[in-house]
Each structure stands twice: as structure tokens, then as C-alpha cells.
Design a protein around this ligand. Structure first.
Ligand SMILES: Nc1ncnc2c1ncn2[C@@H]1O[C@H](COP(=O)(O)OP(=O)(O)O)[C@@H](O)[C@H]1O
Ligand code: SF4
Ligand SMILES: [Mg+2]
Length: 365
């Protein structure tokens, strides 16, 4: 009798367990279904206001799918960093999100989420390598402790955090990670510091890594190593990467899709190889013209063939924002701002003059 009861009990428990499991599976399935086709990260019409009210990011939209690499290029001052810092909700004091949406998994809205929610998501789902590695390392704290501190904030025990920090340093190719963990940042070379910053970003295995000019301060050989390192880690983990750079050479190597930013907005976007094959915006064309030649005729400086500099957020020209520098400008460009339009091959560009009408004058890009 008691055995009977026990069996019935067991049966009921098993059934309840199966029901619960089925429920969970169904819920997971539903979530997966919701997520099918939904980008991992989706930014819509993002605007960032600076102190004083000028907008430094003016309606940026893009999607990032699981595992892919998106390149974001443009000269210094075009709003790349502020766009990415908005996604992380880590804007500098005074700068604020003035409009738009940032969605994770097609659902969770980050642009207006409370700071407590952001703290859980940062590191765990979204991680960022900041433009200047020295500002993201505390000079007074041992490297291992700094990485462990981030893990502790996500509920790791002291010991597990310490062990994971050492393991993380090993994963980014730092020799003798146990010893390296006890070093201070100034005891590391620039390349090693950048590796430590990457380790700190990746210890929680995020789904999205935003790399903001992670190689700019490094010499070319170390640059190459860091690019290869991020690509290897990305392959191993199936992580999506946003690679921000002013260097189209890097984008050509790492990114499947590229966004070109100018004066706080996207002027062209599409598959990287299409942008290289046929740019649809004179600014993209100018950036390509600034790439080092295969002949070794290297570096005439960024945008050597397009004179001038991008406008300041508070002093934008009317019409197309690129017109004062554009070798293809026509009258309309001086008063009528172009919108992004489809150009085929999944390319979008904001320009009134199609490439087959570009004039290739002496000195033009
Ligand atoms: N904290 C800040 N206060 C005032 N202006 C800023 C601040 N951060 C950036 N800016 C301005 O916003 C514009 C975009 O900056 P940023 O996003 O850093 O460009 P990028 O990363 O493309 O070089 C620039 O004109 C810059 O001077
Ligand atoms: S719209 Fe006119 S000024 Fe702007 S990029 Fe095109 S051609 Fe140049
Ligand atoms: Mg920047």
C-alpha cells in the first residue's frame, strides 16, 4: 500500500515535473521563436544631446544579429563613440539620450531602462572595450583584482572571481596569467594592457562586444595581433561584435556589414564588400581613397583627398551635411538634406547624386 502510494506520489511528481519542463520548454521555444529573425541588438532613431542642447547623434538606426560583425566607420568627431556609449547607457556627464530606442533580443528596451537593469546586462549580455584602455584600467589596482571586481558585481564569490580573472587573462594570450593578475597596469606594455581590457570585457561571456577603436593606440604589429585575437574569441564564442574604427582597412578584414557615419548620422550602410566595390556616398568614396595603396604608396593621411573636417554638432550646415566638403555637390545639396534610400545589394545611402553621375575631376576622390 505504502509502496503504491509512493509510486503514485512519484508518478504525480514526475508528471508535474514533466509538465513544468514542457512548460519551460514551450516558453523557451516561444522566446526562441520571438527571437527568430529578431536582431540581437536593434537601435532605432537614436539621438544624443550634448550639454547646451546640440545633437551629436542624429537619428542613428542599425541592427546587429547574433554572431555577426558590424563595422562602424567615420572620421573622429562623427558620433561613433557617443552612439555606442548610449547603447551601454554610459554617456559622459551632460550628454543624454534625447530620443530613440535600443532593444535587446527584440524586446528589452535599454534606452529608457532603469540603471539596475542596465547593471545586470552590462558585462553579461553587452560588453564594451573603450577607446582609451588607460581610462578603463584603474592604475592603483592590480589587473586581476579589477577583473574580479567586475565579476563580484555579478554575484561571483571572491574565490571564483579571482580564478576566472586569471583564466580570462590566459584566454587573451597573456603569458603567466597567475603572475600577470598580480601586476599593476603600468607594469604592462600597451599591447598587454589592451589584452587585459579585452579579458575584462569577455570574462562574463557577453553576446555582444562593442570594440571602440581598440587598436588605435597600438603599433601596427600589435594592432594585427589584437584584431586576430578578437576574431578568434568571436569565432570560439559565437559573439556578435561592433567594431568602431576610422580605419577602413580593419573593417575590410573583420566586418560583414559596415555603417559609415558622418556628422552624427549614418550616410551609407550595407555589406562591406559592396561598399568597397561600389560606394554610393562620396564620403565613403573619400574614406576608401584614404586607404593605403597596395603599391606601398602609404598614408596620405585620413581623407587626404577630401579637404576639411566634419562639422561640430552645434554648427551644422543646411542641406546635405557633407556638402561643404563634397566634390560631387550640386545646387540641391546646399539646401535639401538627402535621406537614406535603398541602392540594391542591401546598400542604403543618403546622397542626391548617384555614382554613375559623379564627376571625376582632377583632385576629386
Ligand atoms: N562629453 C562631451 N561633451 C561635449 N561634447 C562631446 C562630448 N563627447 C563628445 N562630444 C562631441 O560630440 C561629437 C561626437 O563625438 P564622438 O562620439 O566621441 O565621436 P567619434 O567617436 O566618432 O570620434 C564630437 O563633436 C565631440 O566633440
Ligand atoms: S547629397 Fe550632394 S553634397 Fe551630399 S554627398 Fe551627395 S553629392 Fe555630396
Ligand atoms: Mg570615438
Amino acid at each position: 500500500m505504502s509502496e503504491h502510494a509512493t509510486n503514485a506520489d512519484r508518478g504525480q511528481r514526475a508528471e508535474a515535473g514533466q509538465r513544468a519542463e514542457r512548460g519551460q520548454r514551450a516558453e523557451r521555444g516561444q522566446r526562441a521563436e520571438d527571437a527568430v529573425g529578431a536582431p540581437l541588438l536593434s537601435v532605432r532613431d537614436l539621438r544624443v544631446a550634448l550639454p547646451g542642447g546640440a545633437h551629436a547623434v542624429r537619428g542613428v538606426s542599425f541592427d546587429l544579429h547574433a554572431g555577426e560583425t558590424l563595422g562602424v566607420v567615420g572620421e573622429s568627431g562623427c558620433g561613433k563613440s557617443l552612439t555606442m556609449l548610449s547603447v551601454m547607457r554610459l554617456l559622459p556627464p551632460g550628454a543624454e539620450i534625447a530620443g530613440g530606442e535600443v532593444r535587446l533580443d527584440g524586446r528589452t528596451e535599454l534606452a529608457g531602462a532603469p540603471e539596475t537593469a542596465l547593471r545586470r546586462i552590462r558585462g553579461d549580455r553587452l560588453a564594451m572595450i573603450y577607446q582609451d584602455p588607460m581610462t578603463s584600467l584603474n592604475p592603483l589596482m592590480r589587473i586581476g583584482e579589477q577583473i574580479a571586481e567586475g565579476l563580484r558585481a555579478h554575484g561571483w564569490s571572491r574565490r571564483a572571481a579571482r580564478e576566472r580573472a586569471v583564466e580570462g587573462l590566459g584566454e587573451v594570450g597573456i603569458p603567466e596569467p597567475g603572475r600577470a593578475a598580480r601586476a599593476y597596469p603600468h607594469e604592462f606594455s600597451g599591447g598587454m594592457r589592451q589584452r587585459a581590457v579585452i579579458a575584462a570585457a569577455l570574462v562574463l561571456d557577453p553576446d555582444v562586444l562593442i570594440a571602440d577603436e581598440p587598436t588605435t593606440a597600438l603599433d601596427p604589429t600589435i594592432q594585427q595581433q589584437v584584431v586576430n585575437l578578437v576574431r578568434r574569441l568571436q569565432r570560439d564564442r559565437g559573439m556578435a561584435v561592433v567594431w568602431v574604427t576610422h580605419d577602413l582597412g580593419i573593417v575590410a578584414r573583420v566586418a560583414e556589414r559596415t555603417l559609415v557615419m558622418y556628422a552624427g548620422g549614418v550616410v551609407e550602410g550595407g555589406p562591406t564588400r559592396e561598399l568597397f566595390r561600389q560606394p554610393h556616398h562620396p564620403y565613403t568614396h573619400g574614406l576608401l581613397g584614404a586607404l593605403p595603396r597596395p603599391t606601398g604608396d602609404r598614408e596620405r593621411g585620413p581623407l587626404a583627398q577630401v579637404a576639411g573636417a566634419p562639422p561640430q554638432p552645434g554648427a551644422l550646415p543646411v542641406g546635405c551635411l557633407f556638402h561643404p566638403r563634397c566634390p560631387q555637390a550640386i545646387d540641391r545639396c546646399r539646401h535639401d538634406p538627402p535621406e537614406l534610400t535603398d541602392r540594391g545589394h542591401a546598400v542604403r545611402a543618403a546622397c542626391w547624386v548617384p555614382p554613375d553621375q559623379w564627376a571625376f575631376r582632377e583632385g576629386a576622390p
